[in-house]
Design a protein around this ligand. Structure first.
Ligand SMILES: [Zn+2]
Length: 432
């Protein structure tokens, strides 16, 4: 409404001005050479006004023509940007719908429109992962890694791919690069700790894991692997102080003490761990320096004193007394182990050996029959995947769990089957 009023007012002013101008008297004359032209003042004024209007529109037209290429490019670029963003959205939808063909088509369109933007490259990697195209996946991550601003994203993706295919050397190399790009990232620290475990770099793993990690297992492995005596001794000590009931930790520390000729301290470590959790490997270490069977009996008695009511102590005494030929004493300790609740295969086999040495044929046969139906002997087994291992490891060779291998009775077949049914694989976490 205001616009209409304004136009009416302007028209009225122009008509009034023309009406007023029409009343002017006089002429305007111009002479160029022999040609002279004259016209009334109102006509000249009107012609000038029209001339200005025409000139104005000519200048506007020329300016519009000159601006046209730039405006055309800008509109085209804007249209491509909108098309690219729509293609990115459609890629997200296709990824959510797990449609790899559609996702790859749309992300290719997005890359044509937007170029290799970080979002387009990340989605290209996800589309390639969905399609199972490893080469394209790594190409996308390498393109991200080449850009200074998105390098961490690219290295992270490449590292996770290396971990997935268990290429631990490559994963370690990429983790180091990622650490340089973005130092101190908590996620990267966790991944580096995992890689260090897999590559057997136990000291790195020990340094990178948090307080809740099984430090005793990591320090034990680090002490076993460390070639330098002094550092190995320190690591062994750390392992044992982390868990004094751990046989591997005690052995790691005691072995290093024995290497530096601190036998008394080594035996003390073994005895204190025997008091907490007896294990035949501790006894084997403690008795290794004994020169004859009598000395072995004396060493075993000293060890057994630390935990006199444990069947493992009675079993140890029975074994060394048998080796020394003290059959009655050996039998007495074997029976004491049984009275303490032990009914394992190894106990009955030991009793069978005692009776065989004593020439008691019937008792020997009875012990063998009992051995056939006895409880299984304790083993090193993984509490995470239940597999039995011939020796202790810091990380389970089967499932990779750290600090999961413990000494104990093997899990029965039925329990393993049940466990296999109930354990679920961890969900795959997407990169985006
Ligand atoms: Zn395991």
């Amino acid at each position: 409404m205001r616009r209409v009023v304004l136009i009416v007012v302007v028209c009225a002013v122009v008509v009034a001005f023309v009406w007023w101008m029409a009343g002017w008297r006089g002429t305007v004359a111009a002479q160029v050479g022999a040609t002279s032209v004259s016209a009334a003042i109102p006509a000249v004024a009107l012609a000038l006004m029209l001339g200005f209007v025409v000139l104005y529109f000519i200048i506007r037209g020329i300016a519009a023509i000159l601006r046209f290429p730039r405006r055309w490019r800008r509109r085209r670029s804007e249209r491509r940007r909108r098309d690219g963003e729509r293609a990115l959205t459609r890629t997200w939808v296709a990824l959510a719908a797990r449609d790899p063909a559609e996702a790859r088509r749309e992300v290719a369109r997005a890359r044509r429109c937007l170029g290799d933007s970080p979002q387009a490259l990340v989605l290209a990697a996800e589309a390639a992962r969905l399609a199972g195209d490893q080469q394209e996946l790594e190409t996308a991550y390498r393109a991200l890694a080449a850009n200074r601003e998105t390098a961490f994203l690219g290295l992270r993706g490449l590292m996770r791919e290396a971990i997935a295919r268990e290429d631990w050397q490559q994963a370690e190399h990429l983790a180091r690069e990622a650490e340089n790009v973005r130092p101190g990232t908590p996620w990267l620290r966790t991944e580096r700790a995992q890689i260090a475990v897999r590559t057997g770099h136990w000291r790195d793993a020990l340094a990178l894991t948090d307080a809740d990690a099984p430090k005793a297992a990591l320090a034990t492995a680090a002490a076993e692997a460390e070639p330098g005596r002094s550092l190995a001794l320190r690591l062994g000590k750390q392992a044992w102080y982390e868990d004094r009931s751990s046989t591997p930790a005690a052995l790691a520390y005691a072995r290093r003490l024995r290497e530096v000729h601190k036998e008394g301290k080594a035996q003390d470590v073994i005895r204190r761990t025997w008091a907490a959790a007896p294990n035949p490997e501790l006894a084997e270490f403690a008795l290794a320096t004994a020169e004859d069977s009598l000395e072995r009996v004396r060493q075993a008695e000293r060890l057994a004193q630390e935990n006199p009511d444990h069947p493992e102590s009675e079993l140890l005494l029975a074994r060394v007394l048998l080796e020394d030929g003290q059959l009655d004493e050996a039998r007495r300790h074997a029976e004491a182990a049984e009275e303490l609740g032990l009914n394992q295969h190894r106990l009955w086999m030991l009793i069978a050996d005692i009776e065989e040495a004593a020439g008691h044929t019937e008792a020997h046969r009875t012990a063998l029959r009992r051995a056939a139906n006895a409880d299984p002997d304790p083993v090193w087994r993984c509490s995470a995947c239940t597999t039995v291992q011939p020796r202790w490891h810091a990380a389970c060779p089967v499932c990779g769990a750290v600090g999961s291998i413990a000494w104990g009775a093997p899990i029965q077949r039925e329990a393993i089957a049940q466990s296999t049914l109930t354990v679920e694989r961890p969900a795959v976490i997407g990169e985006v």
